[in-house]
Ligand binder design. Structure first.
Ligand code: AMP
Ligand code: MG
Length: 409
């Protein structure tokens, strides 16, 4: 166990954390209709071909393609209309040579037909016959049986975060109930004598609690269930009691503030007392966010985040969000991002990752990432930012005009 401020790089921190934390994914069965953004916890196979009957993709006439070969506006093919395929019904017609059937988009292709002529390519002669003005190829304007998905195919695998179209794809196959991961409970504990709830008026020297709220929102956005605890003053006994309660009730514990090394910063000692192996690292080579604590206590991840709201958010993305994903068994998804050119030089030093908040601006048809500078404790640098640019560990900085990836907020 390390009790000193020994700085680790983010890759080292990830490795260390993985060595000591084994996630257990809990699952529950829920209605597919209610599963938006949930993480699938089972492989799903199709029990049928989709579609399970051949369907027309247009309004027109189902035909045998061979009956239309060589047809032109000047020399059309004449076909007898044997009937109409009703929507939602099996086509009970059997076409023979020289026959066509009226079909609508999504309707079943009758036996004897293998293509559909769009209605725009036909001319009605009378109630019982049409002229076809252009040939169709076999299979034209037809969705074949199993063309969407085949019976037995793997539809979606475990770890998938379900999107609106995934829900549509599942209900199309009659899969109306699925196993998903239970969101891990993430305890959020803001600490600090100066921090007061936001619905209170503040006395000089006090500030309203920002982190409980941004962290809870981040937990929810990452698929966890936040549990917010009352603000704890900088009092060792009170912090110990609150942390022990949070550790007992939640799957992951996040302490905000008090994570540094001054005599007022008690997070590291309190976390060390929560269980084995305890504190894995104290200090991350990241700016902003160096005073970070990563711990595993009796099988549960515990994080000490810096109180500065900008740092807290950067460090949440780096260490807490991946832990939530692991508890969900979720696939790693790359964050939404855009490419842009950097509007100003950014200084850094090798051996440290920097995260710079940027606004996106379009100039002459090109996206530019404009750093939102400000002292480190300004929540509105985050509010005004569209995303964040990372200066890699091994880079001494970035130059104006460089192409950069902006990870969107
Ligand atoms: P600390 O990590 O305790 O050194 O705090 C760093 C800075 O973050 C200090 O200026 C704190 O006042 C501020 N801070 C601590 N907790 C919060 C919070 N919950 N919301 C907003 N700012 C905070
Ligand atoms: Mg403090």
């Amino acid at each position: 166990m390390t009790e000193f401020f020994t700085v680790h790089t983010p890759p080292d921190a990830r490795q260390l954390f993985r060595r000591h934390f084994t996630p257990h994914v809990r699952t529950e069965r829920i209605a597919t209709a209610a599963a938006l953004d949930r993480i699938l916890a089972e492989p799903l196979h199709s029990g049928q071909d989709l579609p399970d009957f051949p369907r027309s993709t247009v309004d027109g006439y189902a035909v045998a393609a061979a009956d239309t070969y060589g047809a032109t506006a000047g020399l059309p093919a004449y076909l007898n209309v044997a009937g109409e395929v009703a929507m939602g019904r099996a086509a009970d017609l059997q076409l023979t040579l020289g026959e066509a059937a009226l079909v609508h988009t999504g309707g079943m292709i009758p036996a004897g037909a293998d293509a559909v002529v769009m209605v725009e390519q036909t001319q009605a002669i009378d109630a019982g016959s049409i002229e076809v003005l252009k040939p169709v190829a076999e299979g034209e304007n037809v969705i074949q049986v199993g063309e969407d998905i085949r019976q037995g195919d793997l539809v979606l695998g475990p770890g998938r975060r379900l999107r609106p179209q995934d829900i549509g794809g599942l209900v199309a196959l009659g899969i109306t109930e699925i196993a998903v991961a239970v969101p891990p409970r993430v305890a959020i504990l803001s600490t600090g004598d100066e921090v007061v709830p936001p619905d209170r008026s503040i006395a000089p020297g006090q500030i309203r609690d920002i982190n409980s709220y941004t962290l809870a929102a981040l937990v929810r956005r990452n698929g966890g269930e936040p549990i917010t605890y009352p603000i704890v003053p900088d009092d060792r006994a009170k912090l110990e009691a609150a942390a022990a309660k949070a550790h007992a009730e939640a799957d992951i514990v996040v302490l905000s503030a008090g994570s540094s090394v001054s005599y007022r910063d008690m997070s590291v000692d309190v976390i060390a007392g929560l269980g084995e192996p305890g504190v894995l690292l104290h200090g991350l080579s990241v700016r902003p966010g160096k005073p970070t604590i990563v711990a595993v206590c009796d099988g549960k991840p515990v994080f000490g985040l810096p109180g500065n709201p900008v740092s807290a958010m950067v460090i949440f993305d780096l260490v807490v969000a991946p832990a939530i994903r692991e508890c969900l068994g979720a696939e790693t998804v790359t964050r939404s991002r855009v490419e842009a050119r950097l509007a100003r030089n950014i200084a850094s030093t090798t051996g440290r990752e920097d995260y710079v908040q940027v606004r996106l601006e379009e100039r002459d048809g090109e996206q530019w990432a404009v750093p939102v500078f400000g002292k480190s404790n300004l929540i509105y640098t985050l509010v005004n930012a569209d995303g964040v640019v990372q200066v890699p560990l091994d880079a001494g900085g970035l130059r104006q005009g460089d192409r950069v990836t902006v990870y969107l907020h």
